[in-house]
Write a protein that binds this ligand. Structure first.
Ligand code: F0G
Length: 353
């Protein structure tokens, strides 16, 4: 029986590692591509979900972090630093402690979903919550990495994108070719750039016959690429993608343009509705930021942008359990009344009688 070895061993010849690199892995990657029955019916396409919440720390960040932390360990670094809306810090913390490195995470105070904050805390990260936005955190960690002996593990570190491109390989390996269209949320804009790199590499090496169009979706209140302008005070319930000045802005525009794709925006209401519907109809619980791609596909259908019959992959980037506060706030049914511990009462409350 084959045990999945993590993305470095699985795709070693396509990653910037050598025989001397100490591989720091938690078995990331190898995530399921789940057939999306309801979304396929809604759109007239063949829709698949690349469920990245199944990674070890519950988001796609682990694919890049295994590479970034392995190389930091190889370089003899003692500490790593990142800015984060939550998932990067959770991933950096887990992989850093596994390698014996100190994780330092700089976060926008009060803007991190509780599950993600819990992850950074339990893994033992040195946490600094600042009075500022994610974009302020990014500026600060770049300066820290320049002036102090700490390695930067945000996706401005190009090895992060190398690791993340493996998701495109997995999609092609599973489908036997690239899809026609790949849809995902966009925040700091690293992931869409990484997918484009992966798809181009597979097409060049004839492991896929084509590259897909890439469609990225930002939240309306945090849509700098769509608006072609830095958003000074980004706002969205999808805190993962609450980014006003994406670090990989130019790379993401290149991914959009070279793939013949789009970067568009969806409202928080569309995002939260998509999150709820995905959980209730497909059985897949994702965090709000992750639902931006699903909201985007439904929006695209309504706008008439979709070609019927296309093969579509949506990356759902992070697990729903990371942010249960937002999920419960927007749930239709709150909680059940406390019921006497008798079968008849339970049957009545459950609507069986
Ligand atoms: N989805 C989730 C769940 C995320 O956490 C992020 C980014 C994105 C989508 C967007 O990906 O930044 O590559 O465009 N989270 C970063 C973080 C910003 O700090 O965890 P992107």
């Amino acid at each position: 029986a084959h045990q999945w070895q993590g993305v470095i061993e699985e795709y070693r010849d396509r990653l910037p590692v050598s025989a001397d690199t100490p591989v720091v892995t938690l078995g990331e990657g190898g995530t399921p591509l789940v057939a999306a029955q309801w979304l396929s019916e809604q759109t007239g396409c063949e829709v698949w979900l690349k469920v990245e919440g199944n990674n070890p720390t519950g988001s796609f960040k682990d694919r890049g972090m295994t590479v970034a932390i392995s190389l930091a360990a190889q370089a003899g670094d003692k500490a790593v630093v990142c800015a984060s809306t939550g998932n990067t810090s959770a991933s950096a913390a887990a992989y850093a402690v596994r390698a014996g490195l100190l994780p330092l995470v700089v976060l926008p105070a009060g803007r991190i979903a509780k599950g993600k904050l819990a992850q950074a805390i339990v893994h033992g990260a040195q946490l600094v919550a600042i009075d500022g936005s994610f974009d302020d955190c990014m500026r600060i960690v770049r300066e820290l990495a320049k002036n102090y002996p700490v390695a930067l593990v945000n996706s401005v570190n190009p090895v992060r994108l190398e690791g993340q491109k493996t998701a495109a390989f997995e999609v092609c390996d599973a489908l036997g070719d690239a899809p026609d269209l790949h849809v995902m949320p966009v925040g700091n804009a690293g992931n869409i750039s990484a997918y484009w790199k992966g798809y181009q590499e597979y097409a060049k090496d004839k492991l896929a016959t084509k590259t897909p169009r890439l469609w990225g979706f930002q939240a309306e209140g945090a849509a700098p690429i769509v608006r072609k302008k830095i958003v000074e005070h980004p706002e969205t319930a999808a805190t993962a993608i609450r980014v006003g000045n994406p670090a990989s802005w130019t790379l993401a525009e290149a991914a959009r343009d070279e793939s013949g794709g789009r970067i568009e925006m969806v409202t928080d209401e569309q995002i939260l509705t998509a999150q709820r519907e995905l959980a209730a109809r497909e059985g897949v619980f994702v965090e709000p930021g992750s639902a931006a791609g699903v909201a985007g596909l439904l929006h695209a259908k309504a706008q008439g942008w979709l070609d019927g019959g296309s093969t579509v992959v949506i990356t759902v980037t992070g697990h729903g359990l990371k942010d249960i506060d937002t999920a419960l706030d927007h749930a239709k049914v709150k909680e059940s009344p406390v019921t006497p511990a008798h079968t008849d009462d339970v049957a009545r409350v459950a609507g069986l009688i």
